[in-house]
Design a binder for this molecule. Structure first.
Ligand code: GLN
Length: 479
């Protein structure tokens, strides 16, 4: 078995027993990455690889392990979605407008994982431009391919983060999730993708897309791995005004589901859901029932409005967040005689089509004439959705359903049809609007050998129950 096929939980034990070194492990990943770069059909998970930095940090990790000054994450290489700042390295957000921008500080997650825990930095991972997309096709740095079948999309926007796990180009990665961008690519690439509760993980140093929805989280091979990374980066941070002081409940994973109440929302199991996925999800739910879980049909009536609400709130917030990219403060500038022309030329040249679509939509939504009828209405419906979730969580501990309506789709299949692309997130968006934690766990392959993901959602700040439920699901498929 090759080193790069192992979960970080195992690698961590091998490192602390000194059976392997971090330099050896990091080099194994760098070799896989350079092999992929030479492939005529590369996965293209990375925008920038940082081999010198990674090996230097790996050497330091080995020294600290020798000196017994280490944590379970010391020496495990990390891949970072390229909208999270790593000091001294370019943050591109996969956009042309960011050309030339070098991060001047570390994001809080980078400070905790790399500086404090000693994880070597492999590189910056590809994504949809400014995290807007579900297929990784809107990146200025080219499409990412799904390692399960390179004709297919890995999903998005954290497509690089998911493809790196599936293609053994990183043992664990960071993604961000605004409407599903960790869970959807995790489902399409057959890995674990975990979005913590809003406010659990500091967003300081992550480029904002929609500030009331964004959350950083891990993508990994196993639930145990995701928990390890999550616990090392979660927790209060004074630099993020939405960061929560709620204590982290770290239960050991035992997969015990006896008496656990699991809700199956009927709105998840409609004709929009692919038959094969539906059957596999139901089989998994029934297996949990056999182990003592109590299944219950529940209803989230407002869920059908979630995509519409999201595609009002997210573009509105994005249009204001992206105002700062004007050619003066960051990245690329297209100079002109008038300042206003500099703004216009820079933004016209620098942003791609999808980003422009969102900015125009958001600006329209926030205009005086449409604010009440769109933005305010969407916030009201968002509140109704929150009430729906509160009611469901009075009856059950977890919500179980699919992560995506279909398995991976072909590259090019949906890019010219934004509505069909947007509907990819129909099952993931609600967790962002409500703020709940949610996770996608792989539950095998379909008849075309493409992965299927199951999604669990828990009450806000109940990551403990969520991760244990996910571990129970994972155990069904590892048996
Ligand atoms: N696919 C969704 C969008 O394009 C979600 C993106 C995300 O979670 N960053 O907005």
């Amino acid at each position: 078995m090759s080193l790069t096929s192992l979960p970080i939980q195992v690698l961590s034990q091998m490192l602390s027993k000194k059976e392997i070194s971090s330099v050896e492990l990091t080099q194994a990943y760098l070799d896989n990455i350079s092999k992929d770069q030479q492939d005529p059909q590369p996965i293209n998970a990375y925008i920038k690889v940082t081999p010198e930095l990674a090996l230097e940090q790996a050497q330091l990790a080995d020294k600290n392990i020798q000196a017994n000054k280490h944590t379970p994450l010391t020496g495990i290489p990390l891949g970072v979605k390229d909208l999270i700042n790593v000091k001294g390295i370019a943050t591109t957000c996969a956009s042309k407008i960011m050309t030339g921008y070098i991060a001047s500080y570390d994001a809080t997650v980078i400070d905790r994982l790399i500086n404090k825990n000693g994880m070597p930095h492999l590189g910056k991972l590809n994504l949809d431009e400014f995290a807007m997309g579900s297929s990784n096709e809107t990146s200025y740095y080219g499409v990412v391919r799904n390692p399960h079948n390179k004709e297919y999309s890995p999903g998005g926007s954290s497509g690089g983060s998911a493809a790196a796990i599936a293609g053994e180009l990183a043992p664990i990665t960071l993604g961000t999730d605004t409407g599903g961008s960790i869970r959807q690519p995790a489902a399409l690439c057959g890995c674990v993708g975990f979005k913590p509760t809003y406010g659990r993980v500091s967003r300081y140093g992550a480029t904002a897309f929609a500030s009331s929805l964004d959350q950083i989280g891990p993508l990994s091979k196993t639930v145990t791995d995701a928990k390890l990374l999550y616990e090392a980066m979660a927790g209060y941070d004074a630099q993020d005004s939405t960061s929560s002081k709620n204590p982290i409940d770290s239960q050991p994973l035992n997969g015990n589901v006896k008496g656990l109440k699991i809700g199956l929302p009927k709105e998840f199991f409609t004709s929009d859901l692919n038959e094969e996925i539906k059957n596999r999800i139901m089989d998994s739910a029934k297996s949990l029932e056999k182990e003592g879980a109590i299944l219950k049909e529940v209803s989230i009536p407002e869920m059908i409005h979630a995509p519409a609400v999201y595609y009002i709130i997210a573009p509105a917030e994005a249009s204001t967040n992206l105002e700062r990219f004007d050619g003066i403060r960051y990245g690329n500038r297209q100079p002109a005689n008038l300042l206003s022309e500099t703004y216009i030329n820079t933004r016209t040249e620098g942003f791609g089509t999808e980003v422009k679509r969102r900015i125009m939509l958001g600006t329209f939504i926030l205009s005086a004439e449409s604010y009440d009828s769109f933005f305010l209405k969407a916030q009201q419906v968002r509140n109704l959705l929150i009430e729906d979730y509160n009611k469901v969580f009075e009856q059950v501990d977890l919500i179980l359903g699919p992560t995506t309506p279909t398995s991976a789709f072909k590259i090019g299949e949906k890019i010219d049809d934004p509505i069909s692309m947007y509907l990819n997130d129909i099952f993931t968006i609600s967790a962002n609007l409500v703020g709940t934690p949610a996770i996608s766990v792989p539950i095998g392959l379909n008849s075309q050998n493409l992965p299927i993901g199951l999604q669990l959602t828990a009450r806000c700040f109940d990551e403990g129950t969520l991760l244990n439920g996910a571990y129970a699901i994972e155990s069904l498929y590892l048996k």
